[in-house]
Each structure stands twice: as C-alpha cells, then as structure tokens.
Design a protein around this ligand. Structure first.
Ligand code: AMP
Length: 464
C-alpha cells in the first residue's frame, strides 16, 4: 500500500518522498490510521522498522491542520537517552521540513539556557529526556496547557522502575484530554498493565512477536571463559568483514578497558557511556557514523533506538543481564532490512542468563567456535604494577616519539607509594591492596578539601 493512501498531509507526504521512502513499513501501515483517528496507541514492532515515522507522520499531519497561532507546546516526545532525543529530532525535522513548526530538544549534559528559552517560547514540539525535562518544568518553564500529544518512545524502558516515577510526575502536569502513543520493540504484559495509568482504551498494534529480535540479524554465540574474551574479540576483529562494530560492555569501566586494549592494538575505537561528557558522547557517535573509528564500545545507553546506518556487527562482549537488552542491543544492526550479525560472548557464569534469553526469544542461539582461536591459552595475569603503560602523546622531537616506541611509564607497586602527608593515620595498607574502596572512591583522606584534620576522639574545639 503506498503512503498516499494513508491520509497524510500533502506537505508531510512530500517530505516522506524526499526521505526516499517508497512505501510504509508494516508498523507504519498499522499505526498511522489509528493515530490519525485520534486513538491512544501501543505500537510494538522489531527494532529498526520505522517506529519514529509511525508516530511522527500522523502527529505532523494533525498539527498541520490546525491554525498556527496556537500558544504553548502541543507535542511532547519522551525518550530514555540524549542520543535518542537528538535522533528523533533529526527525523521530526526531516518529516516536518515543509511545515512552519518549532521543534526543540531538552536533555541533560548541555546548557539549560536555550532549552529554557525554547520552553518559554512554546516550541510546538519538544523532544526530551525525563530528568532535564522534569527539572526545568518543575521550575515553571514551559506551558503545557494546550498539549495534545504525548509520545513515550522505548515505552517499556520509560515505564520500568528507573523512569516510572519521573514519567508519573511529568504526566500529572499534562492535560488529561490528550492522545498518548507508546512505542517499543519489547513490551511485556507486566509493563502493558501499567499503561492504563497513562492511556485510555489504547489500540494495540503489534507486528510479529513482542520480543522478536530483528529477523535480518544473524545471531551467534561464542562460549568462552571470561579471561579470554579480550583475546577472542581481537581474534574476531582480525576479520576485516567486521568493519563497523558496536561492542557492548556491562559497565562503564569495562567499556573504557576494552577500548584501551583495542586502541593499544591499533584499532580505532571510541567509547559511549554516561561518565563521558555530552560533547564526548556526541563526538563518539559522529566518529562512528562517519567511519573514522571502526569500533564503538558502549554500555546499554546505546542499546535503545540508536539508528546508525551500516553497523555490520554487534558484539555482546558482556552477556546482557536482561533479555530485553539483548533484543535492543542486537537491533542496532540489521536496520531497515539491511543484514547484520550479532556475536555474543557467554562465559560459564552467564549460562542462566543465556537460558532465560533463549526462553524469551523462543529459540536457541547457534553456537559457534572461532576458527584458529586457542581456547586453551592462559592469558598473562596482570597485576597493578604490570599493567601496560597507556600510550603517551609525544611531540615529534621527543626521543620516544619514534614509531612503535612508547615512553616507559614509571610504575611502582601500590605499597611503595608515599603516604600523602600528615593526615595519614592508622595502619598502613597491606601490600597489593587497592587505594580505592569497593565503590571506587578513594580510601585516602582528601588532601584538597583544605579542612583541618579531624581532632582526636574526646578532643573539643574550643570556642574563641
Ligand atoms: P526507526 O525504527 O524509526 O529508528 O527507523 C529505522 C530506519 O528505517 C531509519 O533509518 C529510517 O530512516 C528508516 N525508515 C523508516 N521508515 C521507512 C520507510 N517507510 N521506508 C524505508 N526506510 C524507512
């Protein structure tokens, strides 16, 4: 069925044609008529199948039919990550390029001022992450009394425990008379039961199974001991067919560690996780999209919704804890009917998560052994003072700046470090013990706070 039979506004239709879409995807075919008819909607379809256009096109059509002198924001789109907000904005701007609409984004990690201005000027469409949006609106920025459309993208993530309280607070401040659309690739019955708080008699549009990974992705499983995962990744990257690779790590530190190893082996790599500044995050995505880095190592922050053309492989370096994360992670490849491969590493301790995943997606993953990889090597154990020094950036005139040479990093064992001045008390740390506590904070007293050393027990400061 061609787009023109769906009842879209001619200017929206023109933009769709200019985007190069010849016909609607199944989720667009099924969702657009309901959304145009004014129904609340839950849309479930595989990753990369055009869900953004499925909600943006009917909303733009409805806005285009209204007089342009309406005051206040009319559409609020909420998404879980800043990168996804930026991406939705690009799509909405492209689909609405022939309409006189103001579109603005609201998300953390960047200056508030333009966002406050956009909220106060009443941008027609606001695309936001929940945290910054709530922060600004609770400080009375923006006017939502005329809001007509609320969209929760990656809806199951927005309604899980992490985001649910913020979503409740946001919705409480919106008019009850509105249309609420929710979209995701995974949507459990438990999460669906929560939607009645936000929607009225929603239509359910479901393409395929609720938890279906994209059919265009080949899924392979490598069973490997934890300590061999790095070597296996390097071995697989020896194959140049892995030309645009998204590697998922469970933790931010793990992501940094993997990226460091890859860089040391001469593989151009960027990292994306929440400890990086917003500029660094956007830069990493840009470099990955443009091909100036071959590998992007990310945490699950990149698992949802990110649409990067041409990702050849997704590697689950750390096996995902939740089956939903697996579906979203591997959905970063095989988008818009392209083909892709997902390679998952499973260590013995991941076997119960693996079984849960196979139940969730309704089939077993194909086991693969890497050809020519020695599964029996014992990787050298690295202690603190054996760690390979990080490469230093050296000026061309520096004696160590010759190709292939690295400045020797003076590494002393932890217990040789000098005590940091007179504040140090108590028994010295046993040899080999880390200077960091289990939460990653320094065990050492601050030498920078400028506060006086705490007086001994029983001693009182005397008032002058
Ligand atoms: P989404 O699921 O919205 O992230 O979209 C995934 C990809 O499909 C994006 O690159 C869209 O530009 C593309 N896309 C969306 N709708 C269509 C369509 N009808 N025909 C071709 N490509 C599309």
């Amino acid at each position: 069925m061609p787009f023109r039979t769906l009842g879209l506004e001619p200017r929206v239709l023109r933009a769709v044609q200019e985007a190069g879409y010849s016909e609607p995807t199944p989720i667009q075919n099924a969702a657009i008529p309901h959304a145009l008819a004014g129904h609340d909607l839950i849309g479930i379809a595989q990753t990369g199948t055009g869900k953004t256009a499925a909600f943006a096109l009917p909303i733009l059509t409805r806005l285009a039919a209204q007089p342009s002198d309406r005051r206040g924001t009319r559409v609020l789109i909420i998404a879980p990550t800043r990168e996804l907000v930026v991406q939705i904005e690009e799509n909405v701007r492209a689909y609405g390029r022939h309409l006189p609409l103001r579109v603005a984004t609201v998300y953390g990690g960047v200056s508030e001022n333009p966002q406050k201005l956009a909220l106060n000027e009443g941008a027609d469409i606001i695309i936001a992450t929940p945290g910054r949006f709530l922060d600004l609106t609770q400080r009375r920025y923006g006017n939502f009394s005329n809001l007509q459309f609320l969209v929760l993208d990656e809806a199951d993530r927005m309604l899980d425990l992490g985001f649910l309280p913020s979503i409740r607070d946001i919705v409480r401040a919106l008019p009850r008379e509105r249309q609420t659309l929710m979209f995701s690739a995974t949507f459990s019955k438990e999460i669906e039961n929560l939607t009645h708080q936000f929607q009225r008699s929603p239509k359910l549009v479901q393409i395929g199974r609720r938890a279906a990974p994209a059919t265009t992705v080949t899924q392979l499983l490598y069973e490997v001991r934890n300590e061999l995962k790095m070597s296996l990744l390097l071995h697989l990257l020896g194959n140049q067919e892995l030309n645009m690779v998204l590697v998922f790590s469970r933790t931010k530190h793990g992501a940094d560690r993997v990226a460091r190893h890859l860089e040391q082996q001469g593989i151009r790599t960027a990292t994306l996780h929440s400890n990086r500044s917003q500029n660094q995050r956007l830069r990493a995505l840009k470099d990955f999209k443009s091909g100036s880095v071959r590998v992007l190592v990310a945490t699950d922050i990149a698992a949802r919704g990110i649409d990067v053309d041409g990702i050849s492989h997704v590697v689950n370096y750390d096996f995902p804890k939740h089956p939903e994360d697996y579906v979203h992670r591997i959905g970063r490849t095989g988008r818009a009917l392209a083909i892709g491969e997902a390679l998952s590493f499973a260590a013995p301790e991941d076997h119960s998560a693996l079984r849960a995943l196979e139940r969730f997606i309704g089939r077993g993953l194909v086991r693969r052994r890497a050809e020519g990889f020695n599964y029996h090597t014992i990787p050298a154990q690295r202690t603190y003072h054996q760690q390979a020094p990080r490469p230093l950036r050296l000026g061309a005139s520096h004696p160590y700046a010759q190709e292939g040479q690295r400045a020797p990093a003076p590494c002393r064992p932890v217990h040789d470090l000098k005590a940091p001045g007179p504040l140090r008390r108590g028994p010295s740390r046993p040899p080999g013990m880390s200077s960091r506590g289990p939460n990653g904070h320094s065990r050492e007293p601050s030498r920078h706070s400028g506060k006086p050393a705490r007086p001994a027990r029983g001693f009182r400061w005397r008032r002058r």
